[in-house]
Write a protein that binds this ligand. Structure first.
Ligand code: GDP
Length: 462
């Protein structure tokens, strides 16, 4: 509930040099008076905002008597000039686990309530300090594991997506204003747009939404990761390739067929993109029931994959089983790359692969040769090289994408209504729907459920 004062430790749980506790809400300063005593004896309420002040930190003992437990630094932020937009106090103490817990308990004794996961950021959002896609980007910034994810999150946090969606929103609003002026004051020349000009302006908005929608391919590949499956017949080197991409031994490599039965999935960077990589059981006919279950599971993940790395033993001639795999892959919607493994035993020159696959790469999972070419191939297939993820507006999650798609569909309907010669008023409903989808994209108009869902993924203290 907004309105009360919350507190949490904002640094990770554990022993560290320093820990930071954050208190936010109308009573933040008043209740911290009990917990922090500036060395100069001033009251916190009298401190200059956004200036670090040294002092003593106090906490109650079992008898309820308050004693000094540590020395630390306090910084007071006054609403609205704080992260949450509310009065906020940040206290830095030494980073001992018991010490940090003691200071936090002291804040609770003084009247704060424990913050829920993501509650500080949620308050910042509700107080208009940052848009929803910026808040999402902030979450991604904390989760980022690759440089590309970091750049993308950084740009998102600075409101690139919001700015782009708001610009398009404003353009549509201008067109609508002109249409409504024409409807309300039909006899006056208010300089409203002609039908052609309106269509032209809508088309321009459509192009901009389309461009935004297209960025999701790159944003998804970098931020969310491409669901990727390694498949192939037994012993071609699937597990070796999996381990090579991961850079460590996660899957068991043996000469015995059918050793991988469970599906291992890991998130791993490859070049600029991120793979959500699954290693599967070798696809082949088997009497072994456990193995059959593994193969069935492999088929299910294959059906949901966006990228399939179909591994072949390039050092051996093509077999019936290879042909069976090619057939199995034909019906898939995923992009398939034929990975011709064991290149260390000699370059594979069999025309079979080129004839059946649009993309082939020769690698050696054993030596690592060809892995850069594989990464470059995946990057080229899944990202837009012209996009600068650190500067451009890039949609980074499915929620943003789906709002942008709704906006696009609505604006397309508005345009086709214009083209069919329907009265302009009839285009307005769709144009308004496009505007509301754009508001959803940046979070200005979004349901409470979605907001809760987004912030529930944050950690406490964020
Ligand atoms: P999987 O059954 O498809 O998962 O295949 P594994 O990764 O378990 O490998 C099967 C065998 O092929 C093992 O003996 C590996 O050491 C060997 N192997 C895998 N990749 C390569 C490679 O690139 N070059 C060579 N020479 N041997 C490989």
């Amino acid at each position: 509930m907004i309105g009360d004062t919350i507190a949490a430790v904002s640094t990770p749980y554990g022993k560290g040099g320093v820990a930071l506790l954050r208190v936010s809400g109308p009573e933040a300063v008043a209740l911290c008076e009990t917990v922090f005593l500036p060395a100069g004896g001033e009251r916190l309420a009298a401190l200059e905002a956004r200036r670090a002040t040294y002092g003593r930190i106090l906490a109650p003992d079992e008898r309820g008597e308050w004693h000094s437990v540590d020395d630390g630094i306090v910084t007071v932020f006054r609403a609205p000039a704080s992260f949450t937009g509310e009065d906020t106090v940040e206290i830095c103490c030494h980073g001992g686990i018991l010490l940090t817990e003691t200071v936090l308990s002291a804040l609770f004794c003084a009247g704060a309530r424990p913050a829920e996961a993501g509650e500080f950021t949620r308050r910042a959002f509700l107080n208009g300090k940052l848009g929803l896609s910026s808040a999402e980007a902030l979450g991604s910034l904390l989760e980022a594991r690759t440089r590309e994810q970091l750049s993308l999150a950084h740009a998102g946090m600075h409101g690139k997506v919001e700015a782009a969606s708001q610009e398009i929103y404003a353009s549509i609003r201008r067109i609508l204003a002109s249409i409504y002026a024409g409807i309300d004051y039909p006899d006056e020349d208010l300089g409203e747009m002609s039908r052609e000009e309106m269509e032209e302006a809508f088309l321009h908005c459509q192009e901009r939404i389309e461009a935004l929608v297209r960025t999701y391919r790159t944003g998804h590949a970098i931020a969310e990761g491409i669901p990727t499956v390694i498949c192939g017949r037994p012993n071609v080197g699937k597990s070796s390739l999996y381990n090579r991409i991961l850079g460590r031994e996660a899957a068991i490599v043996t000469d015995v067929e059918g050793t991988t039965r469970d599906i291992l999935t890991e998130t791993v960077p490859m070049g600029r993109v991120t793979l959500r990589l699954s290693d599967t059981a070798g696809l082949h006919d088997t009497e072994n029931t456990v193995e059959q279950i593994g193969i069935e599971r492999a088929r299910t993940v294959l059906a949901n994959a966006e990228l399939v790395l179909a591994v072949f033993d390039g050092a051996r001639s093509v077999t019936e089983e290879d042909l069976a795999l090619v057939r199995e892959l034909e019906g898939l919607s995923a992009t398939v790359i034929a990975v011709l493994n064991k290149a260390d035993r000699g370059e594979c020159t069999d025309p079979f692969y080129g004839a059946h696959f649009a993309h082939t790469v020769s690698v050696s999972a054993k030596t690592g040769e060809g892995m850069d070419a594989l990464a470059a191939k995946v990057e080229a297939l899944f990202t837009d090289g012209d996009l600068d993820v650190g500067r451009d507006a890039v949609l980074a999650n499915a929620r943003q994408y789906s709002s942008a798609l709704s906006a696009l569909e609505a604006i397309r309907r508005a345009i086709s209504a214009m083209r069919e010669g329907l009265p302009v008023e009839l285009c307005c409903t769709d144009a308004e729907l496009a505007m509301s989808a754009l508001s959803e994209l940046d979070g200005r108009a979004i349901s409470e459920d979605i907001v809760s869902e987004i912030f529930s993924h944050f950690c406490v203290g964020k």
